[in-house]
Write a protein that binds this ligand. Structure first.
Ligand code: HEC
Ligand code: HEC
Length: 216
């Protein structure tokens, strides 16, 4: 308790704030320009046809469409870039992403990420399986990516997590870090990891169209 009070004594707090300000300034200068969530809302109506329906499934192979509500914005726009570039092979999403400019992708990401962003509550549900010990360094014990580059897995569809890990392992989805991580996993590890992360809260959510035929 005494050390906490010491930290917040006025002159030291002022110095800390000044340092923090400088640091935040440097970080901000390196970030991609922010997306415009209002514009994202206007161009995002096509996405609801799949991402706005809770039980919507991809046909072949059969798995749930990922939840994108509350995901980190930086990850969402990076993901769209990867479909466009072919690092992620899904034909429909490649088609969707190819019609978007980089600004469109940032605006859509800002829209789906910011309405109700998933923030770590600092508490995990259940016991992480042994295979999760390496994952939590980036994805958090409760599945909330510790920085915006690491996707949040909390509440994600378990069959989507499974197929993502299988695709990294096979190399059809390309990412230097995750290809290495997934290479170590057995099928039963993948099943246990998908179950564990899909049960974490606060959870990713299914965005509902504010207007139009897909609203429920
Ligand atoms: C026809 C259905 C369909 C439509 C329309 C669609 N998506 Fe997708 N989306 C999918 C499927 C299926 C996946 C999972 C693909 C995979 O396994 O890589 C996906 C994946 C994604 C991902 C990756 C999520 C993650 O966790 O990595 C993002 C981001 C995304 N979609 C955004 C969008 C946006 C933005 C739009 C509108 C411009 C859109 N999608 C329209 C079906 C669709
Ligand atoms: C060093 C950091 C790091 C570690 C450790 C790590 N990941 Fe990842 N993970 C990432 C990054 C970065 C991505 C995004 C890669 C991409 O764009 O495809 C990712 C993506 C994923 C995805 C895809 C999410 C989506 O929405 O499509 C899953 C699932 C995943 N990781 C699970 C795991 C599991 C399970 C482990 C442990 C075995 C693990 N990760 C370990 C950094 C990490």
């Amino acid at each position: 308790m005494r050390s906490i009070r010491w930290m917040f004594s006025a002159p030291i707090a002022a110095l800390a704030l000044a340092l923090l300000g400088t640091f935040a300034g440097t970080v901000r200068a390196e970030e991609a320009p922010a997306g415009d969530a209002a514009r994202g809302a206007q161009i995002g109506y096509t996405c609801y046809g799949c991402h706005g329906i809770a039980d919507y499934r991809n046909a072949y192979p059969n798995y749930h469409v990922p939840k994108i509500g509350g995901q980190h914005a930086a990850y969402l726009s990076a993901a769209l870039g990867e479909y466009r570039a072919g690092a992620r092979p899904h034909p429909t999403m490649k088609g969707q992403a190819s019609s978007l400019s980089e600004q469109d992708a940032r605006d859509l990401a800002a829209y789906f990420a910011t309405a109700n962003p998933v923030k770590s509550g600092g508490k995990a549900s259940g016991t992480p399986p042994a295979a999760a010990m390496t994952c939590i360094a980036c994805h958090g014990t409760d599945g909330v990516g510790i920085t915006a580059d690491y996707p949040t897995l909390a509440g994600q569809q378990p069959d989507y997590i499974e197929q993502a890990l299988a695709a990294y392992r096979k190399g059809t989805r390309q990412n230097a870090v995750m290809n290495g991580m997934a290479a170590q996993l057995k099928d039963e590890d993948i099943a246990a990891l998908a179950e564990y992360f899909s049960q974490q809260t606060p959870a990713l959510w299914v965005p509902r169209a504010p207007h139009g035929p897909t609203a429920k």
